[in-house]
Design a protein around this ligand. Structure first.
Ligand SMILES: [Zn+2]
Length: 250
Protein backbone atom coordinates (compact mmCIF):
# COMPACT_ATOMS: atom_id res chain seq x y z
CA UNK A 1 0.00 0.00 0.00
CA UNK A 2 1.30 3.43 -0.92
CA UNK A 3 0.63 6.63 0.99
CA UNK A 4 0.31 9.93 -0.87
CA UNK A 5 -0.30 13.35 0.64
CA UNK A 6 -2.81 15.51 -1.22
CA UNK A 7 -5.04 14.98 -4.24
CA UNK A 8 -8.19 14.64 -2.11
CA UNK A 9 -11.02 17.13 -2.01
CA UNK A 10 -13.93 17.32 0.42
CA UNK A 11 -12.75 14.24 2.30
CA UNK A 12 -10.11 13.17 4.76
CA UNK A 13 -8.78 10.30 2.71
CA UNK A 14 -9.40 8.30 -0.41
CA UNK A 15 -8.44 4.78 -1.40
CA UNK A 16 -7.51 3.96 -4.98
CA UNK A 17 -7.51 0.30 -5.92
CA UNK A 18 -5.00 -1.18 -8.32
CA UNK A 19 -2.06 -3.55 -8.39
CA UNK A 20 -0.82 -1.56 -5.42
CA UNK A 21 -3.52 0.24 -3.41
CA UNK A 22 -2.90 3.95 -2.92
CA UNK A 23 -4.21 5.87 0.08
CA UNK A 24 -4.42 9.61 -0.46
CA UNK A 25 -4.56 11.75 2.65
CA UNK A 26 -5.96 15.26 2.50
CA UNK A 27 -3.55 18.11 3.21
CA UNK A 28 -6.35 19.61 5.29
CA UNK A 29 -6.06 16.72 7.69
CA UNK A 30 -3.08 18.18 9.51
CA UNK A 31 -3.37 16.46 12.88
CA UNK A 32 -0.99 13.46 12.72
CA UNK A 33 -3.17 11.43 15.08
CA UNK A 34 -6.25 12.04 12.92
CA UNK A 35 -4.19 10.93 9.91
CA UNK A 36 -3.30 7.70 11.69
CA UNK A 37 -6.98 6.84 12.09
CA UNK A 38 -7.78 7.66 8.47
CA UNK A 39 -4.88 5.53 7.22
CA UNK A 40 -5.89 2.67 9.52
CA UNK A 41 -9.46 2.92 8.19
CA UNK A 42 -8.30 2.67 4.56
CA UNK A 43 -5.96 -0.17 5.49
CA UNK A 44 -9.06 -1.87 6.91
CA UNK A 45 -10.77 -1.73 3.51
CA UNK A 46 -7.72 -3.37 1.92
CA UNK A 47 -7.16 -6.03 4.58
CA UNK A 48 -10.87 -6.91 4.76
CA UNK A 49 -10.94 -7.14 0.95
CA UNK A 50 -13.85 -4.77 0.58
CA UNK A 51 -15.14 -4.25 -2.97
CA UNK A 52 -14.15 -0.93 -4.55
CA UNK A 53 -16.62 1.85 -3.80
CA UNK A 54 -16.56 5.53 -3.13
CA UNK A 55 -14.13 5.81 -0.26
CA UNK A 56 -14.19 9.58 -0.17
CA UNK A 57 -16.81 9.56 2.60
CA UNK A 58 -17.98 12.89 1.29
CA UNK A 59 -21.02 12.66 -0.94
CA UNK A 60 -23.68 9.98 -0.40
CA UNK A 61 -23.61 7.73 -3.45
CA UNK A 62 -26.66 6.10 -5.04
CA UNK A 63 -27.24 2.66 -6.49
CA UNK A 64 -26.63 -0.87 -5.23
CA UNK A 65 -23.21 -0.13 -3.77
CA UNK A 66 -24.64 2.64 -1.62
CA UNK A 67 -26.64 0.01 0.25
CA UNK A 68 -23.52 -1.91 1.11
CA UNK A 69 -21.44 1.13 1.91
CA UNK A 70 -22.54 1.52 5.54
CA UNK A 71 -21.56 -2.06 6.38
CA UNK A 72 -18.08 -1.77 5.00
CA UNK A 73 -17.55 1.68 6.53
CA UNK A 74 -18.56 0.28 9.91
CA UNK A 75 -16.17 -2.61 9.44
CA UNK A 76 -13.31 -0.34 8.37
CA UNK A 77 -13.88 1.91 11.39
CA UNK A 78 -14.02 -1.09 13.70
CA UNK A 79 -10.76 -2.34 12.18
CA UNK A 80 -9.09 1.04 12.70
CA UNK A 81 -10.33 1.34 16.29
CA UNK A 82 -9.16 -2.16 17.15
CA UNK A 83 -5.79 -1.68 15.43
CA UNK A 84 -5.04 1.63 17.16
CA UNK A 85 -6.84 1.03 20.47
CA UNK A 86 -6.93 -2.76 21.04
CA UNK A 87 -9.77 -3.92 23.30
CA UNK A 88 -7.32 -5.96 25.37
CA UNK A 89 -5.32 -2.84 26.24
CA UNK A 90 -8.12 -0.28 26.51
CA UNK A 91 -11.17 -1.94 28.04
CA UNK A 92 -9.93 -1.93 31.64
CA UNK A 93 -9.37 1.84 31.44
CA UNK A 94 -13.02 2.31 30.44
CA UNK A 95 -14.32 0.40 33.46
CA UNK A 96 -14.05 3.25 35.93
CA UNK A 97 -16.43 5.38 37.92
CA UNK A 98 -16.78 8.31 37.55
CA UNK A 99 -16.41 8.18 33.79
CA UNK A 100 -15.24 11.43 32.19
CA UNK A 101 -13.18 12.83 29.33
CA UNK A 102 -9.98 12.51 31.36
CA UNK A 103 -10.18 8.79 30.52
CA UNK A 104 -10.44 9.63 26.80
CA UNK A 105 -7.56 12.10 27.12
CA UNK A 106 -5.32 9.45 28.64
CA UNK A 107 -6.16 6.96 25.90
CA UNK A 108 -5.63 9.62 23.21
CA UNK A 109 -2.16 10.42 24.54
CA UNK A 110 -1.05 6.82 25.04
CA UNK A 111 -2.44 5.45 21.77
CA UNK A 112 -1.88 8.57 19.64
CA UNK A 113 -5.46 9.03 18.48
CA UNK A 114 -7.69 12.10 18.63
CA UNK A 115 -9.66 12.67 21.81
CA UNK A 116 -12.86 12.26 19.75
CA UNK A 117 -11.78 8.80 18.53
CA UNK A 118 -10.75 7.89 22.08
CA UNK A 119 -14.06 9.09 23.57
CA UNK A 120 -15.95 7.00 21.03
CA UNK A 121 -13.85 3.98 22.01
CA UNK A 122 -14.64 4.63 25.69
CA UNK A 123 -18.41 4.44 25.12
CA UNK A 124 -17.97 1.37 22.90
CA UNK A 125 -16.09 -0.54 25.58
CA UNK A 126 -17.41 0.67 28.94
CA UNK A 127 -20.10 -1.18 30.86
CA UNK A 128 -21.21 2.16 32.39
CA UNK A 129 -24.21 4.07 31.04
CA UNK A 130 -22.70 6.82 28.92
CA UNK A 131 -23.15 8.78 25.71
CA UNK A 132 -20.62 10.79 23.76
CA UNK A 133 -21.82 13.74 21.73
CA UNK A 134 -20.13 15.78 19.01
CA UNK A 135 -21.90 19.12 18.54
CA UNK A 136 -21.42 21.91 16.03
CA UNK A 137 -23.31 25.20 15.59
CA UNK A 138 -25.50 24.53 18.61
CA UNK A 139 -26.79 21.15 17.41
CA UNK A 140 -25.89 17.48 17.80
CA UNK A 141 -23.83 16.39 14.81
CA UNK A 142 -23.51 12.79 15.93
CA UNK A 143 -23.70 10.82 19.14
CA UNK A 144 -23.10 7.33 20.38
CA UNK A 145 -24.34 5.57 23.51
CA UNK A 146 -22.67 2.72 25.38
CA UNK A 147 -24.24 -0.75 25.13
CA UNK A 148 -25.66 -0.34 28.68
CA UNK A 149 -27.61 2.82 27.84
CA UNK A 150 -30.66 2.14 25.63
CA UNK A 151 -31.11 5.83 24.78
CA UNK A 152 -29.83 7.47 21.63
CA UNK A 153 -29.60 11.14 20.76
CA UNK A 154 -30.82 12.35 17.40
CA UNK A 155 -28.64 13.98 14.79
CA UNK A 156 -29.59 17.60 14.23
CA UNK A 157 -31.23 17.98 17.65
CA UNK A 158 -30.62 21.48 19.10
CA UNK A 159 -28.67 21.57 22.35
CA UNK A 160 -30.83 22.19 25.42
CA UNK A 161 -29.99 25.54 27.09
CA UNK A 162 -29.45 23.71 30.39
CA UNK A 163 -26.60 21.63 28.94
CA UNK A 164 -23.00 22.72 29.51
CA UNK A 165 -22.26 22.26 25.80
CA UNK A 166 -24.88 24.90 24.90
CA UNK A 167 -22.92 27.54 26.84
CA UNK A 168 -20.16 27.49 24.25
CA UNK A 169 -22.49 28.24 21.34
CA UNK A 170 -24.26 30.93 23.35
CA UNK A 171 -21.35 32.61 25.13
CA UNK A 172 -18.20 31.40 23.33
CA UNK A 173 -16.94 29.53 26.39
CA UNK A 174 -17.90 26.75 28.75
CA UNK A 175 -16.84 25.33 32.08
CA UNK A 176 -14.62 22.39 31.12
CA UNK A 177 -15.15 20.56 34.39
CA UNK A 178 -17.31 17.48 34.83
CA UNK A 179 -20.51 18.62 36.52
CA UNK A 180 -23.93 17.33 37.54
CA UNK A 181 -26.88 18.60 35.48
CA UNK A 182 -30.48 17.40 35.04
CA UNK A 183 -30.82 14.31 32.84
CA UNK A 184 -33.60 16.25 31.07
CA UNK A 185 -31.00 18.63 29.62
CA UNK A 186 -30.06 15.86 27.22
CA UNK A 187 -32.75 13.18 27.25
CA UNK A 188 -36.57 13.43 27.16
CA UNK A 189 -37.82 14.72 30.50
CA UNK A 190 -40.63 12.19 30.76
CA UNK A 191 -38.00 9.49 31.22
CA UNK A 192 -35.63 11.58 33.25
CA UNK A 193 -37.61 12.89 36.21
CA UNK A 194 -35.36 14.99 38.41
CA UNK A 195 -32.34 12.66 38.22
CA UNK A 196 -28.92 14.09 37.38
CA UNK A 197 -26.21 12.93 35.05
CA UNK A 198 -22.59 14.07 34.87
CA UNK A 199 -21.68 16.10 31.78
CA UNK A 200 -18.04 16.69 30.87
CA UNK A 201 -17.71 18.96 27.86
CA UNK A 202 -14.66 20.20 26.03
CA UNK A 203 -14.21 22.77 23.26
CA UNK A 204 -12.51 21.55 20.07
CA UNK A 205 -10.82 24.23 18.00
CA UNK A 206 -10.86 23.22 14.37
CA UNK A 207 -13.65 23.22 13.31
CA UNK A 208 -15.30 24.87 16.35
CA UNK A 209 -17.15 22.05 18.09
CA UNK A 210 -17.93 20.66 21.52
CA UNK A 211 -17.20 17.10 22.60
CA UNK A 212 -19.34 15.94 25.52
CA UNK A 213 -19.30 12.81 27.60
CA UNK A 214 -22.54 12.18 29.48
CA UNK A 215 -22.33 9.65 32.29
CA UNK A 216 -25.27 8.31 34.28
CA UNK A 217 -24.10 7.13 37.71
CA UNK A 218 -25.63 3.95 39.12
CA UNK A 219 -27.60 5.86 41.79
CA UNK A 220 -29.21 8.08 39.14
CA UNK A 221 -29.89 5.14 36.84
CA UNK A 222 -31.95 3.49 39.58
CA UNK A 223 -34.39 6.41 39.34
CA UNK A 224 -34.69 6.41 35.54
CA UNK A 225 -37.08 4.48 33.34
CA UNK A 226 -35.10 2.40 30.91
CA UNK A 227 -37.90 -0.05 30.19
CA UNK A 228 -39.58 2.26 27.69
CA UNK A 229 -37.01 2.09 24.95
CA UNK A 230 -38.08 3.90 21.86
CA UNK A 231 -39.69 1.71 19.21
CA UNK A 232 -37.85 3.47 16.46
CA UNK A 233 -34.48 2.65 18.00
CA UNK A 234 -33.88 -0.47 15.95
CA UNK A 235 -35.00 1.27 12.77
CA UNK A 236 -32.65 4.11 13.56
CA UNK A 237 -29.62 1.93 14.07
CA UNK A 238 -28.40 2.09 10.49
CA UNK A 239 -29.06 5.83 10.14
CA UNK A 240 -27.33 6.33 13.44
CA UNK A 241 -24.22 4.48 12.32
CA UNK A 242 -24.09 6.44 9.08
CA UNK A 243 -24.25 9.66 11.08
CA UNK A 244 -21.46 8.34 13.22
CA UNK A 245 -19.28 7.75 10.19
CA UNK A 246 -20.07 11.18 8.79
CA UNK A 247 -18.92 12.65 12.06
CA UNK A 248 -15.63 10.82 11.95
CA UNK A 249 -14.97 11.18 8.24
CA UNK A 250 -16.34 14.59 7.29
ZN1 LIG B 1 -14.10 3.91 4.09
Amino acid sequence: MELVLGGVERARARLQYGAKPVVRISRDLTHPWARRFSIAHELGHVVLRHPPHDHAHATPSRGPLARRAPDIEIEANAFAAELLMPTSLVRARCEVSPLDLAIAHGIAQDFRVTVVAAARRVVELTSERATMVYAERGAIRWARSSPALPWELTRGQRLHPASVAADYFRAGMLDERAQAIPVGAWFPEDRAGDAELVEHSLVLADPPAVLSLLWIPEAAAARLRFDETSQSMEQDVVADLIDLLRGVYQ
